[in-house]
Ligand binder design. Structure first.
Ligand SMILES: [Mg+2]
Length: 237
């Protein structure tokens, strides 16, 4: 197999999204208690409801569904509080989130090894701004040759359009790209549908369990440090 590019999902693939979100959400929940008079349970319930409404309102296929400023504004509208709190909530959320961002074990070494042989890219569902900030904070930006966010592609994974744009930026055929991600429904399905190969980074114990195992022929790895060796194997060298 000829592999020219390796494209990574970002959230929960290059760093632990769940841990960073949890840390940010905890602080934000404290803020909501003091500033908005919402209990932890009330804030959590309104957050979940609004996240769902954000998807329904926009039709679901737009990167704006991930925009936290819009999410916090919608929360404030729902609980009938002034929208002047929205920027504060967004700033607080992202400050804590970025501070809590940690690269997954082995990611630097893997990228270091891979970049000598492949074009490295990121294909991610989210608005561009904060994906750049995360990569910057993780110290991984200088490894990344190209970036495709769903905001730029105008399509969310698993839509083919996002993967097509990845291959276009990689400067090779989709069949020469390997997509690496933690989500079977977004990353693996989308990559295979677009004609790429895929490697599944299986979520660590304790994280939300995927409903089914990886499809036949899709290798699963527990750590990115397994990736350089796995790709050499796939190329038959
Ligand atoms: Mg992910």
């Amino acid at each position: 197999m000829d592999i020219k590019a390796v494209v990574f999902d970002l959230d929960n693939t290059l760093y632990d999204y769940d841990a960073a979100h949890e840390a940010a959400f905890r602080i934000l929940s404290g803020y909501a208690q003091i500033a908005l008079g919402l209990s932890e349970e009330e804030f959590s319930a309104v957050y979940d409801a609004v996240m769902q409404e954000q998807i329904t309102r926009s039709g679901g296929a737009y990167a704006a569904i991930h925009n936290r400023m819009i999410r916090f504004q919608m929360i404030l509208e729902r609980v009938r509080k002034p929208i002047l709190y929205a920027p504060q909530m967004s700033d607080l959320y992202w400050a804590v989130f970025l501070d809590a961002c940690r690269p997954v074990p082995g990611v630097r070494e893997a990228l270091e090894a891979l970049r000598t042989e492949y074009v490295i890219g990121v294909g991610t569902n989210m608005t561009a701004d904060y994906q750049y900030r995360k990569l910057q904070r993780l110290g991984l930006l200088d490894f990344i040759g190209f970036m495709v966010s769903s905001e730029e592609a105008g399509a969310e994974k698993p839509e083919k359009r996002l993967f097509d744009l990845c291959a276009e930026k990689a400067g090779c055929a989709a069949a020469e790209c390997v997509f690496v991600g933690d989500s079977l429904s977004h990353d693996i399905k989308g990559a295979l549908d677009a004609g790429m190969s895929a490697v599944w980074l299986s979520p660590p114990p304790g994280h939300i369990a995927e409903p089914k195992p990886a499809p036949d022929g899709v290798p699963a790895i527990a750590s990115l440090s397994e990736l350089p060796g796995l790709l050499r194997g796939l190329r038959g060298i």
